[in-house]
Design a protein around this ligand. Structure first.
Ligand SMILES: C[S@@+](CC[C@H](N)C(=O)[O-])C[C@H]1O[C@@H](n2cnc3c(N)ncnc32)[C@H](O)[C@@H]1O
Length: 180
């Protein structure tokens, strides 16, 4: 796997209706190779608990932060030399353009912005996002878009990566369930 850190920033979480989906975005981030998750501009203890419980049980080193203003996270990330990738249906197509190659070639830490409701206009600007990436130019889901982006970024290797200090570990079986 490339020796860079990927953190996912979820913008626009609505505590009344997005708990399950935002939890899935966070858990998919962790399982597919990201090193951390930022729930920006919102606080939701249920999501924090879910993510921390999964990390404590299944291992790995995954940071969780919430309530931070997105402008602060982006400014800080860029200030430390990282790049920002915004996943949007309007961006450069992940399949038909060379955008993934250009991102991977930089070898820099990546902050991935995903929305839920309509994102602020600034997300599309070069002052915020170095790259606007479309996982196909059809609207679908932040969870699906993120999963495909991470899988391509890590060339599938995150799916075979061991998680350190796990209390529970699945032993893959042809049939049945085995957990140690
Ligand atoms: C379900 S969409 C809703 C977008 C919202 N209705 C709007 O008009 O901006 C929520 C998020 O999913 C992601 N998304 C959806 N389709 C995508 C695609 N084809 N490529 C990349 N990201 C996508 C984007 O991050 C988007 O902000």
């Amino acid at each position: 796997m490339p020796d860079v850190k990927v953190v996912v920033l979820r913008w626009g979480h609505r505590p009344q209706r997005d708990v399950r989906l935002t939890s899935h975005v966070a858990l998919a981030s962790r399982a597919l190779g990201a090193g951390g998750f930022v729930l920006s501009d919102a606080v939701d203890e249920k999501i924090k608990q879910t993510v921390e419980k999964v990390s404590a049980t299944w291992g790995g080193d995954f940071s969780f932060e919430m309530g931070t203003k997105w402008q602060h996270t982006v400014r800080d990330w860029r200030g430390r030399g990282g790049v920002v990738v915004h996943l949007t249906v309007y961006g450069e197509n992940i399949q038909t353009s060379d955008v993934m190659q250009r991102i991977r070639d930089l070898g820099k830490d990546v902050l991935v912005l995903v929305g839920s409701q309509k994102v602020p206009r600034e997300f599309y600007s070069p002052e915020v996002s170095d790259f606007n990436v479309a996982v196909g130019n059809q609207p679908h889901s932040e969870c699906a878009a993120l999963a495909i982006f991470l899988d391509r970024f890590f060339l599938g290797e995150a799916l075979g990566k061991p998680f350190e200090n796990a209390k529970m570990k699945v032993i893959p079986q042809e049939h049945g369930k085995k957990v140690v």
